[in-house]
Design a binder for this molecule. Sequence first.
Ligand code: ATP
Length: 361
Amino acid sequence: MPRVPPVLIRPVASIRTRMPPAIRVEGLEKDYGDVQALDGLDLTVPEGSFFGLLGPNGAGKTTFINVLVGLVRKTGGRAEVFGNDVEEDYQGARDAIGLAPQEFNVDRFFPIEEVLHHKAGYHGIPEAEAEERAAEALKRVGIYDKRDVRFDWLSGGMKRRFMLARALVTDPDLLILDEPTAGVDVELRHDLWEVITDLNDEGTTILLTTHYIEEAERLCDEVAIIDSGRKVTVATPDELTEKGSDTLTVYCESAIGDAPALDDERIERVAVEGDAIRVRATSASEVVPSVLRQLEAAGHTPLDIDIERTSLEEVFVDLTRREAGADADAESHEAASDSAETGDGDDGEGAGDRVTAEASR
Ligand code: ATP
């Protein structure tokens, strides 16, 4: 009897691991004339993950998203969504994505439920199903009772909810949220967090850009920090905070005088304030025994200690601190994006046209 080739009996689990990631970009480049918005970006977002994209203003986050959804044509590198090339296989990639962009680019003259019907129709969803999905999406974000209202007449918070509903109406495998909670109140922020966490639990991959570090820390499994169009690092929020330095304060019985020389390679800086000695170290809890021993050997009597962990925000600032000139870049960005803004009624569809228009710039 012929031997069965091993490939035919491979267990399902190992086949799953070969599923393409939700997003894979390699050497991605985009220049707008002299501005290099994406400069060889490499990034992989695993299927099913809750992935955060952090970066200062002008880092290239929105450009990256726009390349994925076909609003901007890349000038180099590769970009795939669930294995579909974003240009050669545009429809396959685009249909997998639900996008809630930063700006409100909604058709303002139709009742919001109708806007959702149009959106579903654009993605080839039959009418009856589109109606069901629209109702479901509006219920999910808590504005079903506003279904007959025009977008313009919604409050700011409801507009944000609607942007999420519009992204959900196609039941996307990848939900991209570009600063979804910018300027919303605490209650709405928590509501939106709950909705997107539930979606992720149900299997939707989430790509979230945010300037609220706490949001990334609370929600994301993994965070990529990008700056000047390049990846700075990818790590879990915990791993990132471990990259920072903590501050250990030891309170002694009496004034310390001159800062003692503490011998430990993990220690970065030592400062003295009266009876307190402050030690900055990569992992403060691990240097406690050595610091206490050395203080006692120098004749001091430690009474109490306090450890202040670095926040993700501090690590972020450290990793993305740039030379003067960054601000000027961010300002030129504002001017540029104003000029590139789309008119009312453009919800990012007809993106093929947009690519052509943008690419001719
Ligand atoms: P923010 O956090 O402020 O939204 P971002 O990380 O999303 O910033 P992008 O909007 O992608 O950054 O901008 C990246 C760079 O590309 C910036 O230097 C910006 O000025 C430039 N840029 C973006 N869009 C255009 C455009 N349409 N024309 C010219 N330059 C642009």
